[in-house]
Ligand binder design. Structure first.
Ligand code: ASP
Length: 446
């Protein structure tokens, strides 16, 4: 997802898209809407023309153009999820070879990811950053995107208690679940059921032996092709983000930016908590290390993660610091860090929880308890299925959004500031892998 070397980097372009779209949207609104009574201005000329046509421009031109790149991403979501998760679990299949080390890796991964999502979901429920949008503007947004959301929510709410939600994790017909996964029309749990199917596919591939190798190759090809198409989509993302931000700010005005500020503060606060509280606790009590010394020892990897926004690109540095500075046994750090760079993405899992709840609040979608359980489970799984590349979590966030009835298009609201948060969550992802390696590697020390 990088652009060619001569032009600006993609994330800078997306940021520019965000700024240009926002400034144009606010300017158009300032010109067209009377500040006194909030209705379209009259008086002739361009102002009047804009006053009469701004809504049309926003909803019939800017918004559909802005959605093109999202559609391209969504088009690849199912193949991406199936291949990424199955291949991720296939790698985890080595668990059997490493026995106890594998089990501990799995256990700590679940603890770290689970606590990350719980922190994200808890903070967003507590601070309600999405509810800082004034009610009239929230209504406006949900009116625009709401029909789809309401329909999906209604379908979701039908006879769904926690027992059924859990039982429906196992799909009777995975293809049917895949068909209905993105629009909420599936009979069971939609995307979550597809994810479970993929997990089992990966587990079965790991134990089936060489006869299944061609299928592994197909999945590897499918994953690579999905990433290529998503890379194309990301190239037009700067224009899409500009259009989406124009559509939103010209309709909603400055308030949406304040709301976004609260969102960033909640996400960063959650990441800080995970790092300072959860990681420190694990380091003190399980790895028996000083958290301060740990940060000093791993700083090279943490800084690389911040700079590259990619767990995969940071893997070589993480392996080096694990061996040279943390003095972990090589075979353990290799195993844990390699798997962790894809499967143990705490920062991403936390962020996904925050985004989904935040956008649900923005759109006024009330999530029931069992829907929040779905968000937590999906975010943990999405942490496993996310590619360790910049923006790798975007397609998965769209899925989680749709599966609980929040319009996927809403992601346009946060995409412009995503890169900054991506840098931060990647630090958490890589930090979490190293914490994991330190915890698992401890008994083999000295
Ligand atoms: N950039 C993240 C990583 O590589 C993935 C994501 O959250 O988008 O770890």
């Amino acid at each position: 997802m990088t652009s060619d070397s001569k032009s600006l980097p993609l994330h800078t372009k997306i940021l520019l898209g965000l700024l240009i779209g926002t400034v144009l949207g606010l300017a158009a609104r300032g010109i067209a809407i009377s500040p006194v009574d909030g209705v379209a201005t009259s008086g002739g000329g361009f102002r009047e023309w804009l006053g009469a046509n701004l809504e049309f421009i926003a909803t019939h031109i800017a918004e559909p153009v802005g959605k093109i790149f999202l559609r391209l991403i969504m088009m690849m979501v199912i193949p991406l999820v199936v291949s990424a998760l199955a291949l991720g679990v296939l790698e985890l299949g080595d668990v059997r070879r490493l026995g106890i080390v594998g089990l501990r890796t799995l256990l700590y991964t679940l603890i770290l990811s689970g606590s990350a999502v719980a922190i994200g979901v808890g903070l967003t429920n507590f601070f309600q950053p999405g509810s800082t949008l004034p009610p009239e503007q929230r209504e406006l947004l949900s009116e625009r995107y709401g029909a789809k959301a309401a329909q999906a929510v209604a379908q979701r709410k039908q006879a769904k208690n926690i027992r059924d939600t859990l039982l429906d994790l196992i799909p009777e017909n995975p293809l049917q679940e895949a068909v209905g996964a993105l629009d909420g029309s599936s009979k069971g749990n939609g995307m979550l059921a597809v994810m479970f199917f993929s997990l089992f596919l990966g587990a079965a591939l790991a134990v089936t032996g060489p006869v299944a190798d061609p299928l592994v190759k197909v999945l590897e090809g499918l994953f690579a092709v999905s990433m290529t198409v998503i890379g194309w989509a990301m190239r037009i993302a700067p224009y899409g983000v500009a259009c989406l931000l124009f559509a939103i700010t010209s309709q909603i005005g400055f308030e949406i930016l304040k709301t976004l500020g609260w969102f960033v503060a909640t996400a960063l606060g959650g990441m800080l908590l995970q790092f300072l509280v959860v990681y420190s606790t694990m380091l003190w009590f399980v790895a028996k290390r000083s958290p301060r010394q740990f940060v000093t020892d791993t700083s090279d990897a943490l800084i690389t993660a911040f700079g590259t926004s990619s767990s995969n690109a940071t893997l070589p540095t993480a392996l080096r610091v694990a061996e040279e500075n943390l003095k972990l046994p090589k075979e353990i750090s290799q195993f844990v860090l390699t798997i962790g760079s894809t499967a143990n993405q705490n920062g991403t899992a936390l962020y996904e929880g925050v985004v989904v709840l935040f956008l649900a609040q923005v759109f006024g979608v009330d999530l029931t308890m069992s829907q929040q359980v779905v968000v937590v489970l999906m975010s943990v799984l999405a942490g496993v299925g996310t590619a360790g590349v910049p923006g790798g979590s975007i397609p998965l966030i769209v899925i989680v959004l749709q599966s609980v009835g929040v319009p996927g298009e809403g992601i346009g609201i946060i995409l412009g500031i995503d890169r900054l948060l991506d840098m931060c969550r990647t630090v958490l992802n890589v930090g979490g892998d190293l914490v994991l390696a330190a915890c698992v590697g401890r008994p083999n020390k000295s």
